[in-house]
Design a protein around this ligand. Structure first.
Ligand code: GLN
Length: 211
C-alpha cells in the first residue's frame, strides 16, 4: 500500500478548490511524497497531510462552505499535518484582520491580509532562516504575521516579520514555496513533518476505519 510507513512515501493532498495544484505536486514529488488533489471531505481519508495553497482566502472560505469542507478540515487538522501557504496561512490562522474573517484557527498567529501593502506588494526576496542562511521566497499580495502565540515557532523572517512558522504538526508560510527556483527545502520540511506524524500513529498511515 503506497503511503504507509513501510514505503516511506506519504500521500499528501493539495486542496484543489482554487489555486495552484501542479507546482505543489511537483515540489511534493521531489520531496519524496505522492501528491493528490483534494476536493471533497471523503478524499481527506486518503491523505496523511494536506497543503492549503495560495489563492484568495475569502473565495476559498466560500468554496469551503459550499463544499461542506470547513468542519471536516478542522477535524483533519486536529489529527494530521496541514501546511498553509499564503491564503492557506490565512485560513489556518487563529485571527485574521484587514478585514476580520472566519478561519480554521489551527495555528496561533494573527495575520493581516495584504499586510505588506505597497511596501512589497509582490516580489521575490531572500528570507532569513532561523537555522542560519537565507532562501528565496515569492510573495504575492502576502499577508503579514503580526503576532505569534507562545507555542508557535518562527522558522524564517523577512523585514523582521515571521514568514514561516510552525506549531506542532502544522506549518504556515506567507509566501509561495512552490514557485521558488531556489530549492525544495520548505516542501522537504513539510514532508518530514508528515512522515514523523505518520510514524507515531499505530496504524502507520491513514485512517482506514472509515469508508
Ligand atoms: N491576498 C490574498 C488573500 O488575502 C492571499 C494572496 C495569495 O495567496 N497569494 O487571500
Amino acid at each position: 500500500m503506497a503511503g504507509n510507513a513501510s514505503t516511506h512515501e506519504p500521500v499528501i493532498g493539495v486542496l484543489a478548490l482554487q489555486g495552484d495544484f501542479d507546482a505543489h505536486r511537483a515540489a511534493l514529488e521531489r520531496a519524496g511524497a505522492r501528491a493528490i488533489p483534494v476536493r471533497t471531505a471523503a478524499q481527506l481519508d486518503d491523505v496523511d497531510g494536506l497543503i492549503l495553497p495560495g489563492g484568495e482566502s475569502t473565495t476559498m472560505l466560500k468554496l469551503l462552505d459550499y463544499e461542506n469542507l470547513f468542519e471536516p478540515l478542522r477535524r483533519f487538522g486536529a489529527e494530521k499535518p496541514l501546511f498553509g501557504t499564503c491564503a492557506g496561512a490565512i485560513l489556518l490562522a487563529s485571527e485574521v484582520t484587514n478585514p476580520p474573517q472566519p478561519s480554521l484557527a489551527l495555528l496561533d498567529i494573527t495575520v493581516e491580509r495584504n499586510g505588506y501593502g505597497r511596501q512589497i506588494d509582490s516580489r521575490i526576496a531572500p528570507i532569513e532562516l532561523a537555522q542560519g542562511g537565507t532562501a528565496e521566497a515569492v510573495f504575492i499580495r502576502a499577508p503579514i504575521i503580526r503576532r505569534v502565540g507562545p507555542q508557535t515557532k518562527v522558522l524564517a523572517t523577512y523585514l523582521d516579520a515571521p514568514v514561516l512558522v510552525e506549531q506542532g504538526r502544522h506549518l504556515a508560510a506567507t509566501f509561495h514555496p512552490e514557485l521558488s527556483n531556489g530549492g525544495n527545502q520548505i516542501h522537504n520540511l513539510f514532508v518530514e513533518k508528515v512522515k514523523a506524524q505518520t510514524a507515531h500513529r499505530p496504524s502507520g498511515g491513514r485512517d482506514r476505519r472509515k469508508q
